[in-house]
Design a protein around this ligand. Structure first.
Ligand SMILES: [Zn+2]
Length: 254
């Protein structure tokens, strides 16, 4: 399977999220035990302090195992050099997408500063993955509005709306052709409905592995085990865990 939502260790930012410490080898060992073939790895420290250095460190981490780890960097869209940093992290560092966390990073997805950032990302064949599911910032409707302004950019709802917004996430995914939904922390009853009603080619799965301060990744492994309880068909499982993420990632190198 391909895990579309994992995080780097926390190297410099101790936060209320905890922040795990682990090596690339530790992470690959976890992936092997959880049967994860490839993982999209998002910044941790960059979400709290979006300096280019955070993208350098992410690139160095995934660069130790480039066949299996795919890095998505981050920028703060209000910084004047944000679009240039998207260019640099994609073309120079080999990252394949951009992670935004409007709630933690403190901006609205309706801000105009996001347009040059999205244009730079589209030009580089990148993917935008946004945290979602936590009003007032990061609602699926706000993210869908941005996706509609940039119809050639694949935009991923990183948490499928979580508990509060999954109905909105599902409705907007159905109505927005370039919007994808990653089931990650989404409750099982919601995941069941999403799989039944969302466009089959636009559902992804993620564990948020790496975020917790626990050395082991028991929580992530439990999320994978949960899938069996969703009443999912073999076709749905294969689309969500293999075919959809593979197709989307292949687009980034096209
Ligand atoms: Zn996350």
């Amino acid at each position: 399977m391909i895990d579309f939502h994992t995080h780097t260790p926390a190297w410099r930012t101790a936060t209320w999220l905890g922040g795990a410490r682990f090596s690339v080898n530790d992470f690959i060992t976890f992936m092997d035990t959880a049967d994860i073939e490839r993982a999209v790895v998002l910044s941790h420290d960059g979400l709290f302090d979006a300096r280019p250095q955070a993208n350098d460190e992410l690139a160095a981490f995934v660069g130790q195992c480039p066949d299996r780890l795919i890095g998505f960097g981050t920028v703060h869209p209000r910084r004047p050099d944000a679009a240039a940093e998207v260019d640099r992290m994609m073309s120079l560092l080999g990252l394949r997408g951009l992670k935004l966390h409007p709630w933690l990073q403190g901006f609205s997805l309706h801000e105009h500063s996001l347009d040059p950032v999205c244009e730079a990302l589209t030009a580089q064949h990148g993917i935008l993955l946004s945290h979602d599911g936590t009003p007032p910032y990061s609602t699926p409707a706000q993210i869908a509005a941005l996706a509609r302004r940039h119809p050639r950019l694949p935009v991923v709802l990183g948490h499928g709306g979580l508990h509060d917004c999954w109905r909105e996430a599902l409705a907007l995914t159905r109505e927005t052709a370039n919007l994808y939904l990653c089931i990650c922390g989404t409750p099982p009853y919601a995941a069941r409905r999403i799989l039944a009603d969302a466009p089959a080619g636009r559902v992804l799965f993620g564990t948020d592995a790496g975020l917790s301060d626990r050395k082991s990744q028991h929580y992530a492994t439990a999320r994978i085990a949960e899938i069996d309880g969703w009443g999912i068909t073999d076709d749905q499982r294969r689309a969500m865990l293999v075919d959809n993420p593979r197709r989307l990632l292949a687009w980034t190198t096209g």
